[in-house]
Design a protein around this ligand. Structure first.
Ligand SMILES: NC(=O)c1ccc[n+]([C@@H]2O[C@H](COP(=O)([O-])OP(=O)(O)OC[C@H]3O[C@@H](n4cnc5c(N)ncnc54)[C@H](OP(=O)(O)O)[C@@H]3O)[C@@H](O)[C@H]2O)c1
Length: 229
């Protein structure tokens, strides 16, 4: 059972997921690149369920561990303490930030497959990458709420996806299983199922609900564009 979520990265997405996780009753262990002492403000805000750590400690102490850092830093993610664990990957590829990665530019792999290759004995699930962090917070709804949104997940291990589905459920979202990690391109940057999915008429202050039919339509649009290319 997941009781503690580790975070490698505690910025916009890591901080937001940690807030949702603490509200849902999880313990969280947070880490970043600069060291635990720089996480005091966030941990104080989150209260007694949160503690600061190094990436190695967050990886070791989390039952499930979220990797939410700039993609260019993925090789820094500690391998050994994540062995056998479920790893949630929120990362996206922005060449202007991350530098060019040839295998991503020629689409011979995907971002989460890169992380999976770096963590060969972990179970990577791509999730929470296709929603702007402010929307991630504001659109979270309890199970059964008619305004609840659906987010895509992809991964090669069915058990890991079931674990992530449970975590997402408690954090405020339903999950739509898109398939193995190789299918993660369907909701990567610049697809119809990416963050703009929540936005109508460029109104980022009022994100819409991502219903299952809407998400399925956008995922199908990604396929049509690829078929035309
Ligand atoms: N922003 C969004 O709305 C959004 C939405 C979906 C997905 N994403 C993706 O999710 C990832 C995180 O995005 P973000 O907006 O949360 O980024 P961010 O605000 O810049 O935060 C990045 C975090 O990663 C940490 N970090 C950087 N290098 C690290 C390393 N080598 N080891 C450990 N921690 C490291 C940073 O720590 P320091 O500050 O100490 O360097 C910081 O806590 C990115 O890949 C992004 O593309 C972002």
């Amino acid at each position: 059972m997941t009781t503690t979520i580790g975070f490698i990265g505690a910025g916009n997405i890591g901080g937001t997921l940690a807030r949702l996780a603490v509200a849902a009753g999880y313990d969280v262990v947070l880490s970043n690149s600069r060291g635990p002492e720089t996480l005091v403000d966030l941990v104080t805000e989150l209260g007694g369920s949160a503690r600061p750590a190094t990436p190695e400690q967050a990886a070791a102490e989390g039952d499930v561990v979220v990797v939410t850092i700039p993609l260019k830093a993925y090789r820094d993610v500690p391998v050994e303490p994540l062995r056998g664990k479920v790893v949630i990957d929120t990362n996206n590829y922005y060449p202007e930030r991350d530098g060019h990665v040839a295998e991503l530019d020629d689409e011979s792999t995907t971002t989460s497959e890169l992380l999976q290759a770096h963590l060969p004995e972990s179970h990577v699930v791509k999730a929470f990458n296709n929603i702007f962090f402010e929307h991630l917070f504001s659109r979270a709804r309890e199970s059964g709420d008619p305004e609840r949104s659906v987010l895509p997940i992809a991964g090669d291990d069915p058990g890991a996806k079931a674990t992530v589905r449970d975590v997402m459920d408690r954090l405020g979202y339903d999950a739509l299983d898109v398939g193995p990690l190789a299918e993660g391109w369907r909701y990567q940057r610049d697809t119809a199922a990416y963050a703009g999915l929540f936005v109508v008429d460029d109104d980022w202050a009022h994100p819409r609900q991502a219903t299952r039919p809407l998400l399925e339509e956008k995922l199908a649009t990604a396929q049509r564009y690829r078929d035309m290319a």
